[in-house]
Ligand binder design. Sequence first.
Ligand code: SF4
Ligand code: SF4
Length: 149
Amino acid sequence: MQVNVPDLSDKAVRKALKTHSMWQEYNSRCIFCGACTVACSTCTCFTTRDVIYGDNPEVGERRRVTASCQIAGFDQMAGQREFRSTAADRMRYKILHKFHDYKACFGEEHMCVGCGRCTQRCPQLISISATVNKLSQAVEEIRAQLAQQ
Ligand code: SF4
Ligand code: SF4
């Protein structure tokens, strides 16, 4: 499959993408298991978990464990506030991070290296290649709409 990675340098395009209908399909497909990010070659998010030993409650350890932006509660803050409360929101965040934000912040290349591990691991058969091509299509639509304004 050929993957068409869109140019997202236009802020107006990115703003319109936030509310584009393309993300809605993931509300009925993604089960927010996080398997895609655990398998990902370039995802590095983690959290910490305190483990207290049963034989001596005075002793324990703080472990670094994998976290995932695709799992509910990842961005939960005080007062139970969540920035991305639906699978659609979380998928949009992941895809735009992989194909815009990371490169805009850190360098020359996109974060995604195209290994396809996330696609292989997803129990819902959600393909990163197909998602990026849908993103490209959405960007084309948005550009056409903006040109008419
Ligand atoms: S294709 Fe991209 S998003 Fe998927 S596992 Fe590889 S680096 Fe991660
Ligand atoms: S592996 Fe598939 S179903 Fe699970 S969080 Fe990732 S995209 Fe959603």
